[in-house]
Design a protein around this ligand. Structure first.
Ligand SMILES: C[S@@+](CC[C@H](N)C(=O)[O-])C[C@H]1O[C@@H](n2cnc3c(N)ncnc32)[C@H](O)[C@@H]1O
Length: 337
């Protein structure tokens, strides 16, 4: 009879039923190990899904997405819900905040004098105009504009009967002087037009305006504009703010100079239009004032003006109307809001 010790038994080939048991145990161990890996993997995957879905639903406001609405708001459509701006993310929406608080409104009939005092030391810039060194360089009349006689001007002047019009972007005065003529024809002799422009045009613009003479790097745009105003005998109806739109609009706001009509027609890229529209809206008289602007259909900067107008309308719950090449926004009156 053969006896075996335990140690011998382990070194001997396992009996058939032992072999079976051993294999089962091996399978169980492997299963437990790989199952564990599998469970860990599933857990990580689920956690990833959870965190990604919670971050996308967490309150975030992407202004760049807002900045590119693809479809214009039509008048018939209900307004989209206002975007949610979360204070907890202060800073993300700073580009939407134009915080300047305007001064108490100056009476319409004091607007001209306010600007003469603040900008021209109290005297008219047309006094002794044109100076001797400039006179021979100016044309009696040189006006060129873009859509400057559009029907929108007469439509809005008839409707609003403005006492103060603020034009943001004037160039040689084509639209400003058209508005002077329309106002006169409607019997609005006291309407004051404030022209905001740095009178620098844009880089290289003089290639198409070769007749504008350059003196020491100055293309005399403001002087030719002034000459055009003088030619229409409108020097009492027009006054200019010859600065960048951003600095001029902030100052008008601080001084309490508001417009019954505010027209925006300066830079046509998104950021210029966005900044101008926001600053110009602050100095729109309410109720009753109307803000409008040119180049609604321009393709510049991928429809930069239109994108800015619609972003502005969305954030402020306003409707955009279109009149010819112009966009028009009427702030709600207290009863219509
Ligand atoms: C298209 S033209 C205005 C045309 C005018 N509204 C018309 O219909 O005859 C644009 C004017 O905006 C002025 N402009 C553009 N960006 C400006 C800025 N940031 N500050 C001041 N003026 C600016 C230019 O000097 C130019 O005269």
């Amino acid at each position: 009879m053969m006896t075996t010790t335990r140690s011998e038994a382990s070194s001997l080939p396992p009996a058939p039923h032992h072999h079976h048991l051993h294999r089962n145990r091996l399978v169980a161990v492997k299963f437990t190990r790989y199952g564990g890996y599998l469970i860990i993997l599933v857990c990580f995957y689920s956690l990833g899904r959870l965190s990604s879905s919670s971050s996308s639903s967490s309150p975030s406001y992407s202004s760049s997405r807002e900045a590119a609405p693809t479809t214009p708001i039509s008048l018939a459509e209900p307004l989209p819900p206002p975007p949610r701006i979360h204070r907890a993310e202060a800073g993300d929406d700073d580009h939407n905040l134009f915080l300047t608080r305007c001064g108490s409104p100056v009476a319409s009939n004091h607007v001209r004098q306010t600007i003469l005092d603040r900008v021209f030391n109290g005297s008219s810039p047309w006094q002794d105009f044109p100076p001797a060194h400039v006179a021979p360089l100016l044309r009696p009349r040189r006006i060129r504009g873009w859509g400057s006689n559009g029907a929108v001007f007469e439509n809005l002047i008839r409707e609003v009967r403005p006492r103060v019009i603020i034009e943001v972007g004037t160039f040689l005065g084509a639209s400003a002087l058209h508005m002077v003529s329309v106002a006169r024809n409607l019997g609005l002799r006291d309407t004051q037009i404030v022209c905001v422009d740095d009178f620098r045009g844009w880089p290289g613009f003089q290639e198409k305006f070769k007749e504008l003479k350059m003196v020491n790097g100055d293309v005399l745009l403001m002087q030719q504009f002034m000459q055009n105003v003088a030619g229409l005998k409108a020097t009492e109806q027009v006054v200019m703010m010859p600065f960048s739109t951003s600095s001029a609009l902030v100052k008008l706001c601080e001084w309490g100079v508001f417009g019954d009509l505010v027209e925006v027609d300066a830079g046509h890229d998104f950021h210029a239009a966005w900044s101008d529209i926001n600053a110009a809206y602050k100095i729109l008289k309410r109720p009753g004032g109307v803000i409008f602007g040119h180049d609604y259909f321009t393709s510049a900067d991928s429809g930069g003006v239109r994108r800015a107008v619609h972003l502005f309308a969305r954030l402020n719950h306003l409707r955009v109307e279109v009149d010819g090449q112009h966009w028009v926004i009427r702030p709600p009156t207290p009863t219509s809001s």
